[in-house]
Ligand binder design. Structure first.
Ligand SMILES: [Zn+2]
Length: 255
């Protein structure tokens, strides 16, 4: 099965002990591509370095909503400089996270809007994080109709997924889709158009069943794809092939 991890965090300290060994082993496990996200300036730089080092890794750069207080004009200038690198293929991860009280919501909204504007200016797609902020995420995205993106680790309702895919957006599924209690996410996985599905590890988190709770890595996408294929009554191999092509199309890797 040919795997493309559309959203990973290999800069995370969970990989410090064995990052190189693990990343070098990925192609042998069927992993043909990985997009490493940036969550602040340091991790965005780290993502670019990984992408320079490994031909199958690409970088996204951005400030995560959990770090929204770090967003400034200076930070934006640096993100734009990083984004000029040929291995940077998206702005992310950006968005809203209302699960925690800090950073404040207005700070998060400002950083989100500014980075959507940056993506529009640079002509790059965006990787969006939305936790407990569905309505405001949709409201802000509506103000940027020409920005394309993926809603990663999708946990919203079927109706919202339909609205997004109708607008040409993609839906990113993590290992959560394989969890026993994730009925709602499986309903989404069943109903979205095949051409709009991406899979991701969001590693080191969200390892799929039967590996739930362990440190995840891109080779585990096999299980995520099997879980989605089961609800769609499809061959996992055919799904993997479609998702691989979706990912390349979404990130503009075929142009
Ligand atoms: Zn993430």
């Amino acid at each position: 099965m040919k795997l493309f991890d559309s959203h990973a965090h290999y800069d995370d300290s969970a990989f410090d002990a064995d990052r190189e060994t693990l990343l070098k082993a990925l192609p042998g496990q069927g992993v043909a591509g990985v997009v490493n996200m940036g969550c602040d300036l340091d991790s965005s730089r780290f993502a670019v370095r990984l992408a320079e080092q490994y031909p199958y890794i690409f970088a996204a750069v951005g400030i995560h909503p959990g770090n929204a207080q770090l967003y400034s004009e200076e930070a934006e200038t640096q993100l734009a400089e990083l984004a000029a690198h040929p291995r940077v293929i998206a702005i992310g991860e950006i968005g809203l996270d209302y699960h925690w009280p800090e950073p404040g919501r207005e700070l998060q909204r400002c950083a989100f809007r500014a980075q959507l504007a940056l993506a529009r200016r640079l002509g790059l797609p965006v990787c969006v994080h939305d936790r407990d902020a569905h309505a405001e995420t949709m409201e802000i995205l509506s103000a940027f109709p020409d920005v394309r993106g993926v809603l990663h680790c999708y946990t919203g309702a079927r109706e919202m997924a339909k609205e997004l895919t109708d607008r040409g957006w993609y839906i990113g599924f993590t290992g959560v889709v394989s969890f026993k209690n994730a009925k709602k996410t499986r309903l989404v996985a069943e109903s979205v158009p095949l051409s709009r599905i991406l899979v991701e590890t969001d590693c080191p988190y969200m390892a799929p069943e039967p590996l739930r709770g362990t440190r995840s890595d891109s080779s585990m996408l096999v299980h995520t794809l099997r879980a989605i294929a089961a609800v769609r009554a499809m061959e996992p191999e055919a799904l993997a092939q479609a998702v691989y092509q979706n990912t390349r199309r979404f990130y503009g890797l075929d142009e």
